[in-house]
Design a protein around this ligand. Structure first.
Ligand SMILES: O=C(O)CCC(=O)C(=O)O
Ligand SMILES: [Fe+2]
Length: 310
């Protein structure tokens, strides 16, 4: 059902499918990312090593300025549900409050010892996002001068965040947790979200026309590149295009057996703080409505984070 798009191809070859993905589902699978399965597997084992450490150690790194550890039932992505039964760790290059580069040694030893692996992952995913962003700008037929103005928002200091997530199986959990939902329904706050998941650990669903659709695991199809990334468009693309690109509502469901963990590795791609969200000059999108709020990318991010960590 979702488009599978190879971003190593020229825009001309992928633009009609990319336009469909942008305007109909808001989700797609991305091939041509160049990241090997071995690399993806190393990231998942690193994530597992971290989540296996004692709770008292994890609790020494509580999330602050969107960096650090989020514990069970700390986050609430859907205010109509119970809090999310998941744990997560966020590593990002920039401290949200003061915009300075965080010192990597603030992170737990497991991550400090594997800084190189994490850096390469963030860099590769950032490159994927830059390539995809350029394909999107070209698909929307923006003038080259406007493309040149928009592209640099993904370079330099931005708030792009790598997040490792673990949703434990619920067999041994005695607390009162929502039966259905591991991560409540929400849209993503940034520009693009890129996600790796593991075979047999599905549960991510997107909502189209009031119906929930499962996102499958797509296996790798050749030996040089790992499994396709699941990608979705965030609120900022929706703002820029006055709703033409969909920032689609999604959630993570508890498996029927309740006996399966889910690990995911997610890169939330954010532009530089002062990036303006004024509508693009594109023949494919309506011009800005008069009542459009004039917020920057950073103001929007802070507002959404506040709502999530009530
Ligand atoms: O873990 C997943 O599969 C999705 C998580 C997600 O949607 C999010 O954290 O924004
Ligand atoms: Fe999300």
């Amino acid at each position: 059902m979702l488009q599978i798009i190879d971003i190593s191809k020229p825009t001309e070859e992928i633009k009609s499918n990319l336009f469909k993905a942008c305007t109909e589902q808001g989700f797609l699978f991305v091939k041509g990312h160049g990241i090997s399965q071995e690399h993806i597997d190393s990231m998942f084992s690193l994530s597992k090593d971290f989540f296996n450490v004692d709770q008292s150690i994890k609790d020494q790194y509580p999330i602050k300025n969107n960096v650090g550890y989020t514990s069970f039932k700390q986050e609430q992505l859907d205010s109509r549900k119970t809090k999310d039964y998941k744990e997560a760790y966020n590593i990002g290059p920039v401290n949200l409050q003061d915009g300075k580069i965080d010192n990597f040694s603030v992170h737990p030893t497991t991550f400090v010892e594997n800084k190189h692996l994490i850096d390469i992952t963030t860099e590769s995913l950032t490159n994927v996002s830059k390539k995809l962003f350029e394909h999107i700008l070209k698909t929307f037929e923006l003038e080259q001068s406007e493309i040149d103005q928009l592209k640099p928002c993904l370079s330099g200091n931005n708030n792009t965040m790598l997040r490792m997530l673990r949703y434990p199986q619920l067999r041994d959990v005695r607390e009162d947790v929502d039966d259905e939902v591991r991560a409540g329904a929400h849209t993503d706050y940034g520009l693009l979200t890129l996600l790796f998941q593991k075979e047999g650990q599905q549960g991510l669903q997107l909502n189209i026309d009031d119906e929930w659709l499962d996102i499958d695991y797509l296996p790798p199809d050749n030996s040089s590149e790992g499994a396709p990334l699941v990608v979705n468009f965030g609120d900022l693309l929706q703002f820029w295009t006055n709703g033409v690109i969909k920032s689609t509502v999604h959630r993570v469901l508890v498996p029927e057996s309740r006996q399966r963990d889910r690990y995911s590795i997610v890169c939330f791609v954010h532009p530089e703080n002062n990036t303006s969200l004024n509508g693009w000059n594109s023949p494919k999108i309506p011009s800005d409505p008069n009542d459009k709020p004039r917020v920057s990318a950073h103001e929007h991010l802070l507002m959404r984070l506040q709502q999530t960590y009530l």
